[in-house]
Design a protein around this ligand. Structure first.
Ligand SMILES: NC(=O)c1ccc[n+]([C@@H]2O[C@H](COP(=O)([O-])OP(=O)(O)OC[C@H]3O[C@@H](n4cnc5c(N)ncnc54)[C@H](O)[C@@H]3O)[C@@H](O)[C@H]2O)c1
Ligand SMILES: N[C@@H](CCO)C(=O)O
Ligand code: NA
Length: 428
């Protein structure tokens, strides 16, 4: 049986679990790959650091470059831009295949890595980079390659789902749940990438690139995180039979493809509303397949390691059987839809002076901008301020530009005391 040398870069949450599986399940992996997968070394910063799993000390090295230079397969789980980028380029340039979970790096440099891989005949796989354990990239670029995808929409960040879900179900505080997500190994090394939506935006760029055969990068993704979501927003959503989720959405529109990440209100009957904790779920709509939903663990060491090992076996099988790599699908230049042109629906909460004619002025403004109202709810007089009434408006779908202009004009009305929240609504 052929032996393939595997170099592991990084031994953190995910890397340690990958090392464990490579060592514990070596026999099974060899049977499935058709080759012995020999872990030849693990690049770390400090060889003396105690790890989450028992690993023979002799495997650790601080010389990542020398390790890369002797490997057939390089698994990059360092995170961050450098030295991850240089090491991936080094591996691909010498024809070694690369598996990575580094979505931030892929969203920035993925197209360049693809070219390097194509030139040297190396394989590049990154199922772990989007929605952890869930097989989602391979279904999109492989299983659905005979169909036309029209929309991808999902919860792709475990940390923010964990936080929002706890705020919704137990009323827990944002900061406490973020600390717990960090302890559980869900959050990025710098958790602002999670809560500001950048991690989900990188995943949205990867999903959109594969679903629409083009190259999206982070700059193409409209991104809003969850840092402005308050306990009051969560309670108001609950009161209305809805829940707030951070969604990544990529869809074909009239003049291009719109890619966005933002907190979104969903009715509780929507399947994505039932995704709890750090779980992820992704809806894919395709012309012939219809609606598909993929659900599972979106973060965490062992689940993410499962996706890494799946890629490793797939790469090893091809190294054993040989044969040409599939040609890179023709990458069309990205036709990015301007965010202002994207159709969404708004939920607007506001407090107004409780005086005659206010409702009429507001409905007039909404109509003036070509927007129509789905529901308008008067929440009664404010408990804290005399003569102040609370209103909640949900609009029908309209362009982002028309909706934003509507909110701006409403906010300028003398009777409007405060726009307390503006959120987008998805689903039926
Ligand atoms: N944790 C998850 O749930 C998850 C899920 C999917 C993808 N990912 C991605 O997988 C990657 C790893 O994530 P993680 O959670 O294991 O991170 P981590 O911070 O736990 O592990 C990274 C490890 O790499 C080490 N490292 C960093 N720079 C190094 C260098 N120059 N030389 C040697 N070692 C170095 C760090 O010391 C750390 O031990 C990231 O790209 C992350 O985005 C993580
Ligand atoms: N920090 C990421 C890890 C998985 O990519 C998350 O919370 O989803
Ligand atoms: Na995945």
């Amino acid at each position: 049986m052929k032996t393939l040398k595997v170099a592991l870069l990084g031994c953190g949450n995910v890397g340690a679990q990958v090392a464990r599986i490579l060592l514990e399940d070596a026999e099974m992996l060899a049977e499935r790959s058709g080759a012995k997968l020999e872990l030849v070394g693990i690049a770390v910063r400090n060889t003396a650091t105690k790890r989450a799993v028992v690993i023979p000390e002799g495997l650790f090295t601080t010389d990542a470059e020398a390790l890369v230079d002797q490997a057939d397969i390089v698994i990059e789980l360092l995170g961050g831009m450098e030295p991850a980028s240089s090491l991936i380029r080094r591996a691909l340039s010498r024809g070694a295949s690369v598996i990575t979970g580094n979505k931030a790096l892929l969203a920035a440099q993925g197209p360049e890595f693809n070219v390097l891989a194509f030139e040297s005949g190396a394989q590049l796989r990154y199922e772990a980079a989007v929605a952890g354990a869930i097989p989602i990239l391979r279904p999109i670029y492989d299983s659905l390659s005979g169909d036309t995808i029209t929309k991808v929409m999902g919860i792709v960040n475990g940390t923010t789902n964990f936080i929002l879900d706890a705020m919704d179900t137990t009323g827990a505080a944002f900061a406490d749940m973020l600390a717990e997500a960090q302890e559980l190994g869900y959050a990025e090394a710098d958790p602002t990438a999670d809560v500001q939506g950048h991690d989900a935006a990188a995943k949205a760029a990867i999903l959109a690139s594969l679903a629409f055969q083009t190259d999206f990068d982070l700059a193409d993704v409209h991104c809003e995180g969850i840092t402005k979501i308050t306990a009051e927003d969560v309670a108001a959503a609950k009161d209305a039979g809805m829940v707030i989720k951070l969604l990544a959405i990529a869809e074909r529109g009239v003049n291009g493809i719109g890619v966005r990440v933002h907190p979104t209100l969903l009715r509780r009957t929507h399947p994505l509303a039932a995704v709890h904790g750090a779980f992820n779920a992704i809806f894919v709509e395709a012309e012939n397949a219809g609606e598909l939903m993929f659900y599972g663990a979106g973060a965490g060491g062992a689940p993410t390691a499962s996706a890494v090992l799946g890629d490793t076996v797939a790469v090893a099988r091809r190294l054993v059987t040989g044969g040409p790599l599939p040609a890179i699908a023709l990458q069309q230049p990205a036709k990015v839809m301007d965010f202002a042109d994207i159709a969404t629906s708004y939920w607007i909460s506001l407090s107004v002076s409780d005086e005659p004619g206010v409702l009429a002025s507001i409905t007039e403004i909404v109509a003036h901008h070509g927007v129509s109202i789905e529901t308008l709810l008067q929440g009664g007089l404010s408990e804290t301020e005399d003569g102040v009434a609370e209103l909640r408006i949900v609009t029908h779908r309209s362009t982002e530009a028309a909706l934003a202009a509507t909110v701006k004009t409403i906010s300028e009305l003398a009777a409007v005391q405060e726009i307390t929240s503006v959120l987008r609504v998805e689903g039926n």
